[in-house]
Design a protein. Sequence first.
Length: 382
Amino acid sequence: MLSGSLGRAAKKAMEILFALGRMYGARRLIDVSSVQVSGVSYENLGEAGLEFLEEMAADGRATVPATLNPAGMDLADWPRMGIDEAFAARQLRVIRAFERMGIRPTCTCTPYLAGNVPAAGEHVAWGESSAVCYANSILGARTNREGGPSALASALTGRTAEYGLHLDEARRPAVTVEVRASLKGPADFGALGLVLGRRTGNRVPLLLGLPEASEDEWKSLCASIATYGGAALFHVPGLTPGEASEPQERIEITARDIEEAVRSMNDGAEPDLVAIGCPHCSLEELRLLSALLDGRRVVRETWIATARPVKAAATAQGLVERIERSGAKVLADTCFVVAPIRGRFRCMATNSAKAVFYARSKNRFHTVFAPLERLVEIAVGG
Ligand code: F3S
């Protein structure tokens, strides 16, 4: 590959992996069984990124199953989001370039809800911080937090450099965290991720005292801990595959810490966008939304993001129709953080701590942070 005998894209991809491996002191390259490619929205890629992808697509082909992160718009229904044609045309060129390389245009940050589910112990190369944390902590797969180019390089070569979370030593917990707060629902778990991220930084925590939690609560925790601290792995006894000994350093998180985190994500403005689905909604969440919105009418722009296969399953069960009868929009393929919506809204209401972070830092929105049930009340005018 490095010699160029397998094509220009494979050569470039191998050069990227070699450079990364050298930088992090990797001893070798290892095989990966799947790749989640980030860097998909034209909003983030720009012209230079699009050109790079089209160049790679000239002869680059994925050698392992690979899926895509969200794009800057719903690929089928983008006019409904108010996306302009120039952006849409470029976004579609990005997707076509990935498709030419044999990468599935799943366009979701929950690949594990769309058929890409690695087994415990498998080495993968995933981008997207929440998905990476979910793969490591819940599924027990092994992945670093790949950037767009390195994930693409792994898709084309089927390899990654062996360093960081591929190795046992980096996966050991470094700090024990006692959670002394009763948590209920994805929003609470997102608030916990904020506190954890700020207190433990990028050190791997061992979490004690957590209640049994749902898949949606874990995905919310994964999204916020990675956003506020950078840890791409946590251990929960009885959940995270593999043994983990208890580090001596201990910290405690109380109900008061959670309340303060929730307060810090609310700045008292009037929402003009209700955004649900960060990370993308599961079928269960869509079912709950359809019950909460049934027979009601939203008075604020309400966007609900999910993966296309999940939307298809929800459509088959009549859930999407019931939700959309309220005026809310169920969008696939996209994410409110990478969609080009800066300047269009003033205040976003969300149940995602991760979305709060980016709504403020990237889009300069005010934010309201609340559980799903409360978001529905806000959407219908409460
Ligand atoms: Fe997914 Fe976008 Fe949130 S990628 S985790 S919906 S910021």
